[in-house]
Design a protein around this ligand. Structure first.
Ligand SMILES: [Fe+2]
Ligand SMILES: [Fe+2]
Length: 184
């Protein structure tokens, strides 16, 4: 599967959950949509950080700065996700936290889809995009729910070496190539 199509499909799924959250008046659906969005976002962000961003940083150097900015956007999103996970939906802060999360994610997704993905599509071969897609799919299906706790703030190291953990580590080992390329 093409990596960019896989990541875009994730974005659409999360957006569907956001819309369900925004439109519903029923508390059960509201809470369910919020939890599903947070869970899927955590997995999506983790596999982007561990596979896609390091590959882009190395293979499309013009995008290295945007990758660093994207990691910062992820840090904010991850913080909000963990705040939401520890907030009861009865708490007055639950809704506002989700609203801030949704605003941040929409902006970040816009940047990825408008400024990153088209450049990556131009720079990488179809074969390489499919290879990265396979890795992303494997890492996603192996990711625990929720994924491993928030990683320490080591953005540049994450991009240069790919901070891999547990199942993602094994997915990378399975093909060897990305792991090999990411190891200095
Ligand atoms: Fe992202
Ligand atoms: Fe994304």
């Amino acid at each position: 599967m093409d990596a960019l199509n896989l990541l875009k499909a994730d974005h659409r799924d999360v957006e569907t959950q956001f819309r369900a959250f925004e439109r519903t008046t029923g508390k059960v659906t509201w809470e369910r949509a919020a939890k599903a969005a947070v869970r899927d976002l955590s997995i999506h962000a983790a596999v982007e950080e561990q596979i896609f961003y390091p590959a882009v940083t190395l293979e499309v150097p013009d995008l290295a700065e945007i990758m660093l900015r994207s990691l910062e956007a992820h840090n904010v999103v991850e913080w909000l996700c963990s705040a939401i996970e520890s907030t009861s939906s009865d708490d007055d802060r639950f809704g506002p936290r989700m609203t801030v999360l949704i605003d941040n994610v929409r902006l970040h997704v816009e940047e990825e889809e408008d400024d990153v993905f088209p450049e990556v599509r131009q720079a990488l071969s179809r074969r390489r995009l499919n290879e990265l897609g396979e890795l992303l799919a494997k890492a996603k299906s192996a990711a625990p729910t929720p994924p491993h706790p928030r990683l320490p703030d080591t953005a540049p190291a994450k991009l240069l070496t790919g901070v891999v953990a547990g199942a993602v580590d094994r997915a990378l080992d399975a093909t060897g190539r990305v792991l090999h390329q990411l190891t200095p």
